[in-house]
Design a protein around this ligand. Structure first.
Ligand code: PMT
Length: 403
């Protein structure tokens, strides 16, 4: 899926992630795209116009008027030139201006003249990203029909950790490829995804949980929505957010709450993908008050949680041809255990995570997995971002489940 001959207008605003735009422009050029860059004046503190002009092989638009040449840069011509506009990174300030129609620099005037699809990749500190005004502005821009490329979680320039990092250049490219080559193949299909950990209360202040971040499940939800599908995303505690209007987010805490949310929605679902790391056991008794530190040893009796995946596969609809895909997280004998779960839980396919290798499993932005089908077919997926992996897995799943 090359971007050969596509005219891509890249808008850069003044955030630290602007340095990544050099690699983004290089990736676009490598794919044969025609690239023009425009910058807010503030962004040139983070990356020079010369860098972007050299990499894009085209003049960079910053001001309406060039005092050296006496020339006026026509923002309307720039807007009409573009097949797509992609703004990355977009600061909270530029985001607010875009949502409310401000036009106090060349980049914003060109954005307001857009006749083509617009992509917006915000980047800011986590508290700014969580602020209600930012959320409202993102929703407003989405309501205009623009595509928001959500910020990722990780280390931020402030030294804090959380959601706010601009999506990586490869992800930005993926969005553009999806746009140009979208086959909307999931249009009309409803998916249910489980994601994240579950927390099982011990007392009012403690719980049993695990290290799942939700990234794998959220990546599936975003990939499905990008391909035109609708998603019910049931997640345990996770600080990830969703922006896409086709993703309906249900937040739960415990395994039993997750089961309830699945049961309430299951009958209308076409495909269920169960990426959540559900606690197999929960404390048999939840203390009403905080347990006091009196004894040297404390025993907590655990009882089995319901198996949500098994419930779904054994309660398939009589009218919808429902497909059920599980996950398996294993530390040894991965293929053998995954095959066992595939059979025992009566699944159509299972995704095997083999913990132990760097960049694989809980909390990471990347993953490497094996996909096993009930007809014994197996495919391996090398280490890649969870977002790319979600697209690759969906491709393989759909080709095999509906063949
Ligand atoms: O969230 P991330 O940080 O991105 O990490 C992703 C992940 C590693 C959590 C994910 O890719 C993954 O492997 N999820 C499954 C983890 C797990 O609990 O595997 P399991 O082998 O214990 O469970 C097998 C399957 O049964 C899973 O589909 C699980 O969702 C499901 N299950 C398990 C127990 C239970 N009570 N109910 C269930 O539905």
């Amino acid at each position: 899926m090359s971007l050969e001959g596509k005219k891509i207008l890249v808008g850069v605003t003044g955030g630290i992630a602007a340095y990544k735009i050099a690699s983004f422009v290089r990736l676009l050029k490598k794919q044969g795209a025609e690239v023009r860059c425009m910058m807010t004046p503030a962004s040139s503190d983070f990356i020079t116009p010369l860098t972007l002009s050299t990499l894009s092989e085209s003049p960079v638009g910053i001001e309406f008027y060039n005092s050296k040449t006496g020339e006026w840069t026509n923002h309307v011509e720039w807007a009409l030139w573009a097949d797509v506009m992609i703004f990355a990174p977009v600061t909270a300030n530029s985001l607010a201006k875009m949502a409310h129609g401000f036009s106090d620099n060349f980049l914003l005037a060109t954005y307001l003249s857009a006749k083509c699809p617009v992509f917006i990749a915000p980047a800011m500190d986590l508290d700014m990203y969580q602020h209600q005004t930012t959320k409202d502005n993102l929703l407003k821009l989405e309501s205009f029909g623009y595509t928001i490329i959500p910020a990722e979680s990780g280390f931020l320039a402030s030294g804090l950790e959380g959601q706010g990092r601009m999506a990586e250049p490869e992800v930005l490219v993926q969005y553009l490829q999806d746009h140009f080559y979208a086959d909307n193949r999931f249009s009309g299909k409803l998916f249910l995804i489980t994601a994240g950990p579950t927390y099982e209360a011990i007392d009012p202040v403690r719980f049993i949980g695990n290290h799942s971040s939700g990234k794998m499940g959220f990546a599936f939800a975003e990939a499905i929505a990008a391909l035109g599908g609708e998603v019910i995303l049931v997640t345990g505690p996770s600080n990830l957010q969703v922006m896409h209007k086709q993703i309906h987010l249900l937040r739960v805490t415990s395994a039993r709450e997750m089961l309830n949310a699945v049961q309430e929605n299951w009958s209308k679902v076409d495909v269920g993908i169960f990426a959540s790391a559900v606690a197999d056991y929960r404390p048999a008794v939840v203390e009403n008050q905080k347990i006091k530190k009196t004894e040297d040893q404390l025993q907590i009796v655990l009882e089995k949680n319901p198996d949500i995946l098994s419930w779904a596969s054994s309660n398939r609809s009589a009218v919808v041809d429902q497909k059920v895909v599980g996950f398996a997280l294993e530390t040894q004998n991965g293929i053998e255990y995954a095959k066992g779960k595939l059979e025992k839980k009566k699944l159509d396919a299972i995704v095997l995570n083999e913990m132990g290798e760097p960049g694989v499993g809980f909390g990471t932005d990347t993953n490497s997995v094996k996909l096993l089908f009930k007809n014994n077919k197996m495919c391996s997926f090398e280490l890649q971002s969870k977002k790319e992996l979600a697209f690759a897995l969906l491709n393989e799943l759909m080709n095999n489940l509906y063949e």
